[in-house]
Design a protein around this ligand. Structure first.
Ligand code: MG
Length: 240
């Protein structure tokens, strides 16, 4: 039998970063009268994430690339994320970042933080010659339309049923996908969702708490597979 591996899937915006960069870019460079109602529609499930990004990009005027890069460079990540990366390397835990935001700023931030090469999946964002934002969605799955980048598919593709999987997230695009993992760390919107739906989770503030909890679970040999997650994984394979 294949040896059980440990995997951890981590959301980017609001989880690794302190603020939601996707939203902030449009709040900063877009037309706020158009941006705020679109984000409100997304947060209240009136539109999908893909529709949200399409609307925000099309309503944003042309952007100067240097200004965009300077703005991204001013955004901090949670400094304790570096400890999680080191801990995972030390313990042989595979870490995969799953974002329903964009590669443009994730790549730039990972280079700045000396994290280049960290595995991640995100939507694609580029600037055309005129400075217009052009989004595309290489991992969209119409079976799972709430997120533009189907995080669930990445979890299934990057783990086997024998593995033990953790999920760390904070928001809308984590609600469905987190349920495919054995153990959920949640804050903010994801935490409220887990409470409401009676999904078991562990609250977290930063990655120090996440590391401590994972380490305790390993030491105390308490990594028990989550039956609900197993059922969901099986159902997803049958549909595919
Ligand atoms: Mg998030």
């Amino acid at each position: 039998m294949k040896k059980r591996e440990l995997k951890i899937f981590v959301d980017f915006d609001g989880t690794i970063t302190e603020q939601d960069i996707g939203d902030s870019i449009f709040t900063k460079f877009g037309d706020s009268e158009k941006v705020l109602p679109v984000i409100d529609d997304l947060l209240n499930d009136r539109i999908s994430s893909r529709e949200c990004w399409d609307l925000l990009c099309s309503s944003t005027p042309v952007i100067d690339k240097n200004e965009l890069d300077t703005f991204i460079d001013g955004i901090k990540i949670d400094s304790t994320f570096h400890s999680l990366v080191s801990y995972c390397r030390e313990k042989n835990i595979e870490l995969v970042v799953l974002s329903d935001g964009f590669d443009y700023y994730i790549e730039r931030i990972f280079i700045r933080e000396n994290l280049k090469g960290l595995k991640y999946y995100a939507n694609n964002l580029s600037l055309d010659n005129s400075g217009k934002l052009i989004p595309s969605y290489p991992f969209f799955n119409s079976d799972s339309p709430t997120s533009a980048n189907c995080k669930r598919d990445h979890i299934l593709d990057n783990s086997s049923d024998d593995d033990y999987t953790f999920y760390v997230g904070d928001g809308n695009s984590d609600k469905e996908s987190a349920q495919y993992c054995d153990y959920i760390f949640a804050k903010d919107g994801l935490l409220k969702f887990c409470e409401k739906e009676r999904i078991s989770y562990s609250p977290f503030k930063d990655f120090t708490g996440v590391i401590k909890k994972i380490d305790d679970l390993i030491t105390e040999k308490k990594l028990r597979k989550n039956h609900q997650a197993e059922l969901k994984r099986r159902a997803a394979y049958i549909v595919e």
